[in-house]
Design a protein around this ligand. Sequence first.
Ligand code: CP
Length: 317
Amino acid sequence: LRHFLTLDGLSRDLLTDILDTADSFIEVGERTIKKVPLLRGRTVVNLFFESSTRTRSTFELAAKRLSADVLNLDISTSATSKGESLSDTLLNLEAMASDMFVVRHSQSGAPHFIAESVTPGVAIINAGDGRHAHPTQAMLDMLTIRQHKGGFEGLKVAIVGDVLHSRVARSQIRALNVLGVAEVRVIAPGTLLPKDVESLGCTVHYDMAEGMKDLDVVIMLRLQNERMEGALLPSEREFYRLYGLNRDKLALAHPDCIVMHPGPINRGVEIESAVADGPQSVILNQVTNGIAIRMAVMSMAMVGSLPNASAPRLRED
Ligand code: CP
């Protein structure tokens, strides 16, 4: 068994394998996902220490489409509220013959910590840790881009908004570079960019009109207020005026530019409803693709075709 913790260190061939495996679960010409017996007799535990709609639901659906037994542990009503430690909770879940933990946590590195502490028979899948990584989100985004653009070569892609607090942006920038797009841009005010942003593999635009030129894909991010901790920020109204995606700003991009967003969307803050629900939006396709990508990652983890990734130190965000 192998874990899926980050995209760091993963090759273009492996990312392409994940996309191709996901494609194999999608009925040809349909948006429906096949049910297959690949994880029959296996037990998958969803361990979400942070809220989620899309990721938790699609991991559950994906595990069920792979014929696994699925346990969703409700952390808020679990014995952790009686003082049980994370390690003891994990030991007890392992004693129930669990094969896989899908982990979301507010601390960067938490899934890596868990991967180091569980018995070798258990696979850990990162469902988003702090500001660090959200690898399955990035892969479902790559599947959506490939479906709509036919590949990655020559594409100009921009990620707009709160890059500083976004684990999604970090994983997307990594995936886009590994898969060989022509250019990755980030468009944001300096207060919403990490200091080392260019070292992630992207060019920086502070002016949205400039950054939107010739784009093939624009990915909007929400303001992650839960991670801001008093940062100096524009008001939501000012942010929308400068960086919110409306029809006028979208018209500056390539006419075939697709609009993406990992969700949850905040209408009127980072995106206008007419754009979110408009003909160039593929936001709900992303959600559907989450099932196929998570089936791919879980099934590949079970047969050991994913490498272990190096672990960052556990830290507070
Ligand atoms: N994209 C994403 O992670 O959404 P959820 O928080 O609803 O899982």
